[in-house]
Design a binder for this molecule. Sequence first.
Ligand SMILES: CC(C)(COP(=O)(O)OP(=O)(O)OC[C@H]1O[C@@H](n2cnc3c(N)ncnc32)[C@H](O)[C@@H]1OP(=O)(O)O)[C@@H](O)C(=O)NCCC(=O)NCCS
Length: 200
Amino acid sequence: MLTFTHLTLPAPRLTLRPLHPDDAPAVYAMHADPVTLRYWSTPPWADPKLADELISRDMQAMAEGDYLRLGLQRQSDGRLIGLCTLFAFYLPSRRCEIGYILAREHWGQGYMHEALDALLDYGFAVLNLNRVEADIDPRNEGSQRTLARLGFVQEGHLRERWIVAGEVSDTHLYGLLRRDWLARRADAGAAPGGAAPQQG
Ligand SMILES: CC(C)(COP(=O)(O)OP(=O)(O)OC[C@H]1O[C@@H](n2cnc3c(N)ncnc32)[C@H](O)[C@@H]1OP(=O)(O)O)[C@@H](O)C(=O)NCCC(=O)NCCS
């Protein structure tokens, strides 16, 4: 059975690793910020218990391989600054979705690019995915830039896909194919799976 409980992935300035109960304050703080959650699928959090619940859910789901969520731990100071997730696996078609969040004070420094680069390498090289999808709010320009830099292509516009706290919003659906990722890796002169995952 696939299990992600002990998975860590290296990135230049980060270590990607599963969450543990001590991460609850950092997880809560990023989800309680209304600017960070502006285009999220839920309203900003108002109860710190939601972080404990997310971490408990993760521990079980990661053990069972249901989804893969890793925290972005900054190497320089050990701080947990964000999260990235591969979820909604549909393995007969070797596809899943990707999600990500970074605490606002760390935006604009390339951290999420590093994290998703390592996560996607793992997804394509180790999990043998063929396609990764991202569902984002068309108004989320920062997220669009993050996806475009990684080679994602906007493939669709889905109308009124979300209703969050009474606000109706559309989706821009982005896709990244395995062959696009391999071509990007070849152009960059790096082999896929360059990040050395550690799985106990
Ligand atoms: C979307 C989000 C994850 C982007 O995080 P980020 O770390 O700023 O994203 P990137 O790693 O792609 O950052 C690249 C930015 O840093 C800059 N940068 C600075 N140093 C860099 C470096 N060494 N390498 C790469 N980019 C660097 C880039 O120029 C770029 O700036 P730009 O966005 O103004 O073009 C973050 O804004 C966020 O969490 N938003 C709220 C949650 C959200 O909307 N999530 C997505 C929902 S699906």
